[in-house]
Design a binder for this molecule. Structure first.
Ligand SMILES: Nc1ncnc2c1ncn2[C@@H]1O[C@H](COP(=O)(O)OP(=O)(O)OP(=O)(O)O)[C@@H](O)[C@H]1O
Length: 357
C-alpha cells in the first residue's frame, strides 16, 4: 500500500493552488500529542514504543470500523527501503529525523497526503496537515478534526493549567506549530530578506529552511512558524501568523514591483538565463537547480514565462532530490550520475511545456 506514496512525486500541498499561491507554497499545522499512560518517546524502551504504535494503530482501526477517516492508511516504516523513506521526507510527509530511526516508530497518511501522523517521533503523535497556498484556517480545521477523532479513542496527556503535555517544554500548551512556506526571491534580490526575516523573531516567529529545524533556506524558500505554544489559543497563534504572512506577502510584492520598475531588463535577463540553463544543462547540482528554479518561478509569477505551471515547479522540488533520482534509476547512483539525471528531468519537464514569450 505504501508504494503509492513513494511512486508519485506530487502531493496535495504542491498543487500550486490556494490563496496567495504565487508566494505562499504551503500552509502547515502540526499538533504534538502524547498518551497519558506511557513515558515520552525519548524515555521509551522498545517494548513500550511498540505498545504506543499498537495503541495508535488500534485507535485508527476502531475509527475506521465506525466509518470515520476511511482514507487514512497505516504504514510500517520498517517495510520501506531507506531511499523510499527519504522520498517521504522530500515530500514533507515525515521529518528527516523520522526517516533515520525507524524501529518503534510508525506513520499514518491520508490518501491525498494532506494529513500525516508521525508515531513516536519527538512525541507519541505528531499530527500534521498540509495544504497548498495560504490556507491556515483550512489546515487548522482539518488538523483539529483528526485530533478530535484520535482523542475520542485515546487518553492524551493533558494538564488543566498547562494544556497538552509534550516531550519538549517549548511545545507545551497547544502543542501546535503553524507554519507557512514562502517563496521570497525579490526580498532576497533586493537584499532585504535578512533584515526582514530577522525582525520576525521579535514577533514570536521562527524562520527555518526547506526541511524545517536545522536546515538551510534554499531556492529562496523560507518556513515561518510560531515560537510560542503556551498561553495562547490556537486561533491566536494562527491569526498572528496570518498577519505576519500577509505583511511578508506585501513586502515581497513591493520588492517585485520595484525590480520591475527599476531593473526590468536585468530581471528579465536573470529569469531567461535561468530558463536557458535549466533547459540546456547536461549536469546540474541540487543547489544550482534550486536557485535557478526559483528564478523561473519568479518569471512565471511575474508573467514573463507563460507556460511553466506552479505545479510543475513544485513537483520539481521532489523530482530533483537525490532519493527520487535514485528511485527513477532503480539503483544507487553516484553524485555525478545524479546531477546528470537531474539535468535530464528538468530539461524534459520544462521543454514539454511549449515556450510562449
Ligand atoms: N509550510 C510548510 N510546508 C511544507 N512543509 C513544511 C512546512 N512547515 C514545515 N514543513 C516540514 O515539516 C517538517 C518538520 O518541520 P519543523 O522541524 O520546522 O517542525 P516540527 O518538527 O513540527 O517542530 P519542532 O521543531 O518544534 O519539533 C519538515 O520536513 C518541514 O520541511
Amino acid at each position: 500500500m505504501y508504494e503509492s506514496f513513494v511512486n508519485k512525486a506530487l502531493s496535495k500541498w504542491m498543487e500550486g493552488t490556494g490563496d496567495e499561491g504565487d508566494i505562499v507554497i504551503s500552509s502547515r499545522i502540526r499538533l504534538a500529542r502524547n498518551l497519558s499512560t506511557l513515558p515520552f518517546p525519548h524515555l521509551l524502551n522498545s517494548t513500550d514504543a511498540k505498545k504506543v504504535v499498537t495503541m495508535i494503530h488500534d485507535a485508527l482501526q476502531s475509527l475506521q470500523a465506525q466509518e470515520e477517516e476511511k482514507d487514512l492508511v497505516f504504514i510500517n516504516l520498517l517495510e520501506l527501503q531507506p531511499m523510499e523513506r527519504a522520498i517521504l521526507v522530500d515530500k514533507h510527509l515525515i521529518s528527516p529525523q523520522h526517516a533515520d530511526e525507524v524501529a518503534g516508530r510508525g506513520l499514518i497518511v491520508s490518501l491525498d497526503e494532506s494529513v500525516s501522523i508521525l508515531i513516536n517521533e519527538e512525541d507519541h503523535l505528531r499530527i500534521q496537515c498540509l495544504y497548498p497556498g495560504l490556507e491556515l484556517e483550512k489546515v487548522w480545521n482539518q488538523a483539529s478534526k483528526v485530533d478530535d477523532l484520535f482523542e475520542s479513542q485515546l487518553d492524551f496527556a493533558f494538564d488543566e493549567k498547562l494544556g497538552y503535555l509534550t516531550a519538549c517544554p517549548t511545545n507545551v500548551g497547544t502543542g501546535m506549530r503553524a507554519s507557512v512556506m514562502m517563496h521570497l526571491p525579490a526580498l532576497v534580490m533586493t537584499n532585504q530578506a535578512s533584515r526582514v526575516l530577522a525582525s520576525l523573531t521579535q514577533l514570536g516567529m521562527t524562520v527555518r529552511g526547506l526541511f524545517g529545524e536545522g536546515t538551510e533556506a534554499t531556492g529562496n524558500l523560507f518556513q515561518i512558524s510560531n515560537q510560542v505554544t503556551l498561553g495562547r489559543s490556537e486561533e491566536e497563534i494562527i491569526s498572528n501568523l496570518l498577519v505576519v504572512a500577509k505583511q511578508l506577502i506585501d513586502q515581497e510584492r513591493m520588492a517585485r514591483h520595484l525590480l520591475l520598475k527599476e531593473t526590468k531588463k536585468q530581471l528579465e535577463d536573470q529569469v531567461w538565463r535561468a530558463y536557458g540553463i535549466l533547459t540546456h544543462a547536461r549536469v546540474i547540482s541540487s543547489q544550482e537547480a534550486m536557485s535557478l528554479l526559483s528564478k523561473v518561478r519568479l518569471g512565471t509569477d511575474m508573467g514573463m514565462i507563460k507556460t511553466v505551471s506552479p505545479q510543475t515547479l513544485n513537483e520539481m522540488l521532489v523530482l530533483t532530490r537525490p532519493a527520487f533520482l535514485q528511485k527513477v534509476k532503480g539503483k544507487d547512483i553516484s553524485a555525478f550520475e545524479r546531477d546528470a539525471q537531474r539535468a535530464t528531468i528538468i530539461r524534459e519537464k520544462l521543454l514539454t511545456e511549449p515556450l510562449n514569450q
